[in-house]
Design a protein around this ligand. Structure first.
Ligand code: MSP
Length: 498
């Protein structure tokens, strides 16, 4: 059986989750569900990044110890994931003992291999980014809270792996995606790569995992956090499971954390002698207006409020269909309402109402016989049957919005087909033919529900329940003639922009 191991970034516990966090997690969930539907064995990991300065400061502000702060906020993330219908397999927290043990083990291993050394370093330090930055980075003006810092620290010999990383990227076209992000990393690697400072003196910041070879220091939060991807499948704890799941099929990340994954993480894996993940995919940002959503800007959208108001599935649908993977997208209530009304209320919801109403009126609510297909029925059938392969290919290459669009095209074609065939008129003279049209439209609708199930698990389940077709698959003919349709309210009532 094919295996699929997918991860999200582990989120900093410095704030309540916002739509940006929800987006990556929903995307991972949708991909996981598509792969499951294709019969693959799936492992889906998400979690929390609980160490480091950001979390420490957030806890301080609330007058809590960092651990109490994390313990208090972790359930909010879990609640959000449950509300969003996220079917994760593991939820890792970097303060868990299983993770601390892995971090210490890896540090020891890399230290013993000679790839970690101590040095005095003086340079520009960005407090907000929590790392030393180069002169060029400082001059770019992109970093806030920059100060000169001189400190003895521990360093990872990242520079040693620069050429190997460049060669690897060159010979593995699927490794860094999308293409423009790969070029960004290659551009970055054209400059000499420095070594990575992987420690923080406790005297300055004590919230982290103590280095196994120096009690005065804790581990730099990224060196700690990245290792979550191997802790979860069982590195150094469960060899069989680790062997089964590592390397990951895909690390989904936002473009803001590309360097840490494409450079820090990969060189760390080289040093550990482990294979690299198959793909690292960096998606764009959700913006409000032209700016990135963030707490400091006070413009973040609380996903829970949206769900309360409009339902989980419409939020999932919007996020998945609106963002072209790899590019930025604008989150506005106008575009949310517009997409909901056009795709879900008008196209999808309306088709269900139409076929349900007509089958109710002319066939006592029982699915009619399929009858003999004419050219028009065959066209619908052919599109629906070919859609399976098309979606599979689009999902594998992460064109989710196109997979959704291809599915909605089927809905639109069927709506058009209904208008042209006008079964309400045909029913007056030829009930058998009217039944054939309605069967075709309803069967296509059933297939649409199956195709969209990973994106809208609950609404599509409702549709399948109404059609008496729960558990059916993407083969044409899953709808059984004679089945009594269940009465239902409008699936996606139209929204007005208030
Ligand atoms: N803790 C690190 C990641 C460690 S992974 C080993 C971190 N956490 S974070 O809380 O800041 O979340 C970062 C991720 O959240 C981004 O990479 C992205 O996936 C997601 N997003 C946060 N804001 C976002 C938007 N406005 N739009 C889209 N996604 C964004 O960095």
């Amino acid at each position: 059986m094919n295996k699929f191991y997918i991860t999200t970034p582990i989120y900093y516990v410095n704030d309540k989750p916002h739509i940006g966090h929800a987006y990556t997690t929903i995307l991972a969930d949708v991909l996981a569900r598509y792969h499951k539907a294709e019969g693959e064995e799936v492992f889906f990991l998400t979690g929390l990044d609980e160490h480091g300065q950001k979390v420490f400061q957030a806890a301080e502000k609330r007058g809590l110890s960092p651990q109490d702060h994390c313990d208090d906020l972790a359930p909010r993330f879990l609640q959000l994931w449950n509300n969003l219908g996220i079917q994760y397999n593991d939820f890792i927290r970097t303060t868990q003992l299983r993770h601390i043990a892995v971090v210490r083990k890896v540090l020891r291993q890399v230290y013993d291999a000679g790839d970690i050394y101590a040095d005095e370093y003086e340079g520009w330090y960005s407090v907000s980014e929590e790392r030393f930055i180069t002169e060029t980075e400082k001059e770019s003006g992109a970093f806030r809270d920059v100060k000169k810092l001189k400190e003895r620290n521990w360093f990872f010999r990242m520079s040693k792996y620069q050429q190997r990383l460049m060669d690897y990227i060159g010979s593995h076209p699927e490794f860094l995606q999308p293409e423009h992000r790969k070029n960004e990393v290659l551009g970055f690697l054209r400059q000499p790569l420095g070594d990575l400072c992987i420690s923080r003196p406790k005297s300055r910041m004590s919230w982290g995992i103590e280095l196994p070879f120096d009690k005065e220091y804790v581990t730099y939060v990224w060196f700690d956090a990245l290792l979550n991807y191997i802790t979860s499948p069982g590195y150094n704890a469960d060899d069989a499971s680790f062997k089964k799941w590592w390397p990951a099929s895909i690390h989904l990340i936002g473009k803001d954390i590309l360097t840490t994954h494409a450079v820090y993480w990969t060189t760390m894996l080289f040093a550990m002698g482990l294979p690299l993940p198959k793909t690292i995919f960096a998606h764009g940002w959700w913006l409000t207006g032209e700016t990135k959503m963030s707490k400091s800007l006070g413009n973040s959208i609380n996903p829970l409020d949206l769900i309360d108001k409009y339902g989980i599935d419409s939020v999932r649908y919007y996020l998945m269909s609106e963002m072209v993977l790899g590019q930025d997208a604008n989150f506005t209530m106008e575009s949310f309402v517009k997409r909901y009304n056009s795709d879900l209320a008008n196209d999808f919801g309306n088709l269900l109402n139409r076929v349900g109403g007509l089958i109710g009126k002319y066939f006592d609510g029982r699915v009619p016989e399929e009858g003999t297909a004419t050219k028009a029925e065959k066209e619908i059938q052919t599109y629906a049957i070919q859609l399976e392969d098309r979606i599979k290919q689009l999902v594998e290459t992460l064109y989710i919005h196109e997979a959704i669009d291809a599915t909605l095209t089927l809905v639109r074609r069927v709506n058009k087909y209904m208008e042209v065939q006008a079964p309400w008129a045909v029913a007056k003279t030829d009930l058998v033919r009217a039944g054939s049209i309605l069967y075709t439209a309803t069967e296509a609708l059933r297939m649409v529900a199956v195709f969209l199930a990973p994106v809208m698990p609950s609404k599509t389940k409702e549709v399948l329940e109404i059609l008496g077709a729960v558990g059916t698959n993407v083969l044409w003919g899953g709808l059984k003639s004679g089945t009594q349709l269940k009465p239902h309210a409008a699936l996606f009532p139209r929204l007005e922009l208030v």
